[in-house]
Design a protein around this ligand. Structure first.
Ligand code: NAP
Length: 295
């Protein structure tokens, strides 16, 4: 049976470390990291993500300020708010929860965020820095995946990493992070997507297989090499009348059969999800230190 890569346990440990660091910053520098979370509309998944982020901030001692508006909030109003937050000395990180309603240009909004407060790591300046291997805010999900591997003593250097999915928030930045000539990276990376031919032939070559397709049952045991490490990023809601809320969450990987073959596997829920929020906290602390000139 595969080792279970629990993001929940690791996130808890990392958040304890962060809490101690924040206590230090408060005591010695009178510095409280601050995160602004902006939510437009009432998408239930977004509401639950935002709630999770705010709860995590409160537990480690990050000040979080919520800006919640109706779905008809205007783009100009949102741009004005972002300009104010860019200039607010108590706010070190600005997070605009995606997706935004159709009448708001997502690119325009993300580009308006001061790159030094872009704790999601989605601004082109930070994406460019990540690509050339310069210090930057790394996007939280791929950074969380890298930490989940490294902190479980899984060697990445020299390994063949196959990533299913090429989105701008998971697949592409993960490839960019893991291919860097840096400690904790140096992987050989292959990316797959919906136009990939004979995908199973490629996934079977992976030492580390990361699946971020957003579709249940994308990867089964026949697509995995014996002893591979499997990271399941997918989060899919499946109707389940036995649950109070009427659904349960599953990943993109056939967990039971793949865990018979893999050496290690991340579960859904409790795998990559908690790591994503943890890296957001990490970026917010980093930003507060950068703004205060603390090394
Ligand atoms: P996305 O933007 O929809 O991208 C999905 C990618 O997977 C696309 O590149 C798509 O290919 C590819 N794909 C879809 N079905 C495929 C298949 N059958 N075979 C090969 N490739 C396939 O999704 P995303 O934002 O990256 O998110 C992916 C999943 O991760 C979702 O379930 C999301 O909820 C989850 N997620 C979780 C976290 C977390 O913190 N746990 C964070 C972010 C995302 P094309 O480009 O060809 O369309």
């Amino acid at each position: 049976m595969a080792k279970i890569l629990s993001g929940k346990e690791l996130a808890e440990k990392m958040r304890q470390e962060m809490k101690s660091e924040i206590d230090e910053l408060k005591t010695h520098h009178n510095l409280v990291p601050g995160l602004a979370v902006v939510l437009i509309g009432d998408n239930p998944a977004s509401l639950s993500y935002v709630k999770g982020k705010e709860k995590a901030c409160a537990r480690v001692g990050i000040l979080s300020r919520e800006y919640k508006f109706d779905a008809d909030y205007k783009e100009e109003q949102l741009l004005k708010l972002i300009r104010e937050l860019n200039n607010d000395p108590l706010i070190h990180g600005i997070l605009v929860q995606l997706p935004l309603p159709d009448h708001i240009n997502e690119e325009e909004i993300l580009y308006a965020i001061d790159p030094t407060k872009d704790v999601d790591g989605f601004h082109p300046v930070n994406i460019g820095k990540m690509m050339i291997g310069a210090p930057s805010f790394l996007p939280c999900t791929p950074h969380g995946i890298q930490q989940l591997l490294l902190r479980n003593n899984i060697e990445i250097s020299g390994k063949h990493v196959v990533i299913v999915g090429r989105s701008n928030i998971v697949g592409k930045p993960l490839a960019m992070i893991l291919v860097q000539k840096n400690p904790g990276a140096n992987a050989t990376v292959t990316m797959c997507h919906t136009r990939t031919k004979n995908m199973a032939e490629i996934t079977k070559l992976a030492d580390i297989l990361v699946v971020a397709a957003g579709r249940p049952h994308t990867v089964n045991a026949g697509m995995v090499k014996q002893g591979a490490v499997v990271i399941d990023v997918g989060v899919n809601r499946i109707e389940d009348k036995s649950k109070k809320r009427g659904y349960r969450l599953i990943g993109d990987v056939e967990f039971d059969e793949v865990s018979e073959k893999a050496s290690a596997i991340s579960p859904v829920p409790g795998g990559v999800g908690p790591m994503t929020i943890t890296m957001l906290l990490h970026n917010t602390i980093q930003s507060a230190k950068n703004h205060a000139g603390i090394k």
